[in-house]
Design a protein around this ligand. Structure first.
Ligand SMILES: [Zn+2]
Length: 506
């Protein structure tokens, strides 16, 4: 920062995105073993998969760095984690295969974040989601909502919903809902909708006096939880009027998903900070008193070099000139905290959703990311000089995409992946058909619907792509009975090994 600032060993030493280094970093993550520190994250493998594939996509390097066969393999791996009762596992380690039974299945649950990451990664890989068992996934999603409107992470013993009640799981759950059924309300593929009003009310209860959103009522607001809540409202089309959403009815009163939009915007603007690393943050430690000597450090969070400050004179003398000090502006997650790479994403993406990105100092915000936590080997650390990690490296890159850096693809701030990926999703025929878009008329077929050609039944798992104009009949498998749909056979239908299937031809 100032002339005598510490030079960190990992300092990238320039203010542009070193695209080649970042691509190399992510290719290493994709094609070689991760460092041993990731071992404990084995059960989060689908989250790591998403960050790695999506980062390469953001850098425009996914297709050049992988072959079609490799991408098909990645998709096959993700589908291998699809859970028999809907959703996706976090990793293959809990799959009992043939040995799965009523007693042990509680140890092999589908996982809400893993399902959102699996669907997102498949989209980025160019998969059409035809093999996703959408009906089962939507059925499982219904089971994941609690009475108070919140969502959990997994179903545990006796169908108990486990996991925190904060907005992270609501975000992933509504992201799954958005991918599989857009903004459509009511029944889809025979499955009713989640209780949207209750979830929105849950978010309203977690809003704090200062405009942020916390993990639970009466807790401290936090940028990560606030981002998750705002994106949830975006997925549910429940943002306040004027920010892409509508007021809605709750009981007899019209309410928006945010109780005070201006206050929330102000809270996000206040997440900008010039306290950029632990060393600087030391000034704020143990300064609890409000004397003239310390109030400057404790409340304005501008860097000084005297620890502790002994007088007003010392404070002012060592304070960097404002022009230097404001070259870089980072983001914290809560008041009184040091800047951290990931909060650039949580803040900028939220402001982008709210249409208020122009209120941030985005030139200085980009300079902070590129000059401070960007690492010499590619990727981003949490703080300047920290080694890059997958989480901060991805969110730093995504934040640059939201801030308009031209070395990164534009990012959809709610979905947390490229707008290119969002377009791939919107163009999927099955989804257009489900949303009733003009020109997409045809049957809604799920991956567990069995296909029988009307003229000549050929058994289960018929690939009907070869029969574009042939009338076919689908019989739904499952304990709830059978549903018959007719259509033009556009979809590919997966085969199943159940003997319960009734084949019907005419
Ligand atoms: Zn962080």
């Amino acid at each position: 920062m100032a002339q005598n600032a510490t030079i960190h060993p990992g300092f990238a030493a320039h203010s542009g995105l070193d695209r080649a280094k970042h691509i190399n970093y992510w290719k290493r993550c994709l094609k070689t073993y991760l460092p041993h520190q990731y071992t404990s994250n084995d059960s989060n493998r689908l989250m790591l998969s998403f960050f790695i594939i999506s980062a390469l996509d953001l850098l425009g390097a996914l297709l050049p760095s992988t072959t079609p066969a490799e991408r098909a393999d990645y998709a096959r791996f993700l589908y291998s984690c699809q859970h028999p009762e809907g959703g996706f596992r976090g990793f293959p380690g809990t799959d009992f295969g043939q040995l799965r039974n009523k007693q042990n299945k509680q140890w092999d649950p589908a996982n809400i974040p893993a399902t959102y990451f699996a669907l997102s990664t498949l989209i980025l890989l160019g998969d059409s989601l035809q093999r996703v068992n959408k009906r089962a996934c939507l059925r499982w999603l219904l089971q994941m909502q609690r009475e108070d409107g919140s969502f959990g992470e997994i179903l545990g013993e006796n169908g108990q919903i486990e996991g925190g009640q904060d907005t992270r799981f609501g975000y992933c759950a509504t992201g799954i809902r958005y991918i599989l059924r857009g903004h459509k309300t009511g029944s889809v593929l025979g499955m009713p909708d989640i209780n949207v009003d209750k979830l929105v009310d849950c978010i309203r209860r977690s809003q704090t006096y200062d405009g942020g959103i916390s993990e639970a009522p009466f807790h401290e607001a936090h940028a990560g939880f606030t981002y998750c809540a705002i994106s949830t409202l975006s997925f549910l089309d429940r943002l306040p009027n004027g920010v892409g959403g509508h007021l809605y009815h709750y009981g007899n009163v019209r309410l928006s998903g945010l109780t005070d939009l201006d206050l929330t915007v102000r809270w996000f603007v206040s997440r900008q900070t010039t306290t950029l690393d632990d060393e600087e943050a030391a000034d704020t430690y143990s300064d609890e008193t409000d004397t003239t000597a310390t109030c400057h450090d404790a409340h304005s969070f501008v860097k000084t070099r005297s620890v502790p400050a002994k007088s007003d004179e010392t404070c002012e003398k060592d304070r960097p000139p404002p022009a230097v000090e404001l070259q870089w502006i980072g983001f914290n997650g809560r008041p009184n905290k040091v800047a951290d790479t990931c909060y650039a994403w949580w803040t900028c993406a939220s402001m982008a959703i709210l249409g208020k990105l122009n209120l941030l100092s985005y030139t200085e915000n980009q300079l902070y990311l590129l000059s401070k936590p960007q690492h010499a080997i590619g990727g981003f650390g949490k703080l300047p000089g920290d080694p890059p990690d997958i989480y901060h490296s991805y969110l730093g890159l995504a934040a640059l995409g939201v801030l308009g850096n031209d070395a990164v693809k534009p990012v959809d701030p709610a979905l947390c992946f490229s707008k290119h990926g969002a377009t791939l999703l919107k163009n999927m025929l099955w989804r257009k058909r489900l949303l009733g878009e003009p020109g997409s008329e045809g049957p809604l077929v799920d991956s567990d619907d069995e296909v029988i050609e009307t003229a000549e039944p050929r058994g289960r798992g018929v690939d009907v792509r070869a029969h574009q104009n042939l009338q076919v009949r689908y019989v739904r498998r499952g304990s709830e009975g059978e549903t018959t749909l007719c259509g033009d056979g556009e979809s590919t239908v997966a085969s199943h090994d159940s003997d319960q299937v009734t084949l019907r031809g005419e």
